[in-house]
Design a protein around this ligand. Structure first.
Ligand code: ASP
Length: 352
């Protein structure tokens, strides 16, 4: 790909180096003739954040050739991000991915599974208001994300995982969800505590961080997109359930259920699930609630699910479950192996 590169020459006292991968998003958008926000090039961003030159960092920006609104992101973009990190892994202390907020939780979750053996910080961030606007949150998000991505203790990285930094909190990527499109507090992680909070100082929640080990980075980039999300609602018609479960070549479904993983128990519904599973489909139960966990058997309304072969996704987010399923289906030919692996933690995305 034809990436654009911008080097930001910092002050003489360079303490660390960070690679910024600019994919687009509101962060660098400007209004077009109709007043709609569209991404623009990173070159314009540097002038708006002169502080980048005095952070004591060596910064290089690799920009997607055509920055995108993250609503257009695809697994190919995730592969590109993973590839850029792999190619530059030894050259930088940390990585900041500038990304639109709409699908950031999907992309960051995907990368948390793709970058196996990661031993450096990869911090996703973005903005709710473009950097060119007076009240923009872009500057703070970027500067603190850079600080986190470059922080070391005794020469070792402080963070060894993929995170989202937004509005003064650092969250584990595969535990995060976009929860608000109009306040600055766009991301939340209900089932896992913040990894750090940024105030006058950045306070790290040491007990919550992924331990750093010396691993070799291995990129897993085969993502199988033959998956679907089936969101249940009272009154859902058999034709809708049949249509989704009957999609040609479909291999996996994230089924969004009620409360602690409950569903209607009508005969037709359980029969549809059972026969789809018998013909090889993998169905993972994820709750529509943002907090808590799926617990098969807690209520009588989830007992038939286990009997039909539905798997419990525990306390995973939909974003983590969907991207983990894509990755496992890409990695494993045997559905049995995928079934074994989807229900156990891979990289901090669910409780044991
Ligand atoms: N539509 C934008 C995007 O996701 C929203 C944002 O960046 O906040 O690219």
């Amino acid at each position: 790909m034809n990436y654009k590169i911008v080097n930001i020459d910092s002050s003489e006292n360079v303490n660390a180096s960070v690679l910024i991968i600019y994919t687009g998003g509101t962060f660098g958008m400007a209004a077009d003739e109709q007043g709609a926000l569209k991404p623009f090039n990173f070159g314009n961003v540097v002038d708006k954040v002169p502080e980048l030159k005095s952070l004591g960092l060596r910064i290089r920006v690799i920009s997607f050739p055509k920055p995108i609104d993250s609503s257009n992101v695809t697994p190919d973009d995730w592969k590109d991000i993973a590839y850029i990190i792999e190619e530059n892994y030894e050259k930088y202390d940390g990585f900041v991915v500038l990304h639109g907020t709409d699908t950031m939780a999907y992309s960051a979750s995907a990368l948390s599974f793709m970058l196996q053996g990661l031993n450096k910080p990869v911090i996703f961030t973005g903005a709710q208001i473009p950097i060119g606007s007076t009240r923009s949150d872009a500057r703070e998000n970027l500067i603190t994300a850079l600080e986190i991505a470059s922080t070391k203790i005794d020469g070792e990285p402080r963070i060894c995982e993929v995170c989202i930094y937004f509005n003064f909190v650092l969250l584990r990527a595969n535990r995060s969800q976009k929860v608000n499109s109009s306040t600055f507090s766009a991301f939340h992680s209900e089932n896992y505590p913040p990894l750090a909070e940024s105030g006058i100082i950045i306070e790290y929640n040491e007990g919550a961080l992924m331990p750093c080990h010396i691993h070799k980075l291995v990129i897993q980039n085969k993502m199988d997109t033959n998956v679907a999300i089936l969101k249940l609602f009272p009154g859902i018609d058999i034709s809708v359930v049949k249509a989704i479960l009957g999609i040609k070549n479909l291999r996996g479904v994230v089924m969004e259920t009620f409360g602690s993983g409950n569903t209607m128990t009508e005969r037709w519904f359980i029969d549809e699930l059972r026969s789809a599973i018998k013909s090889g489909l993998i169905i993972v139960n994820i709750s529509q609630c943002i907090g808590g966990t799926v617990s098969h058997g807690k209520y009588a309304t989830s007992v038939p699910l286990s009997e039909a072969g539905v798997l419990s996704g525990g306390d995973m987010t939909t974003e983590a479950a969907t991207t983990k399923l894509m990755l496992l289906l890409g990695e494993e030919k045997s559905p049995e192996k995928v079934k074994e692996k989807i229900v156990i933690p891979m990289n901090g995305e669910m409780d044991e």
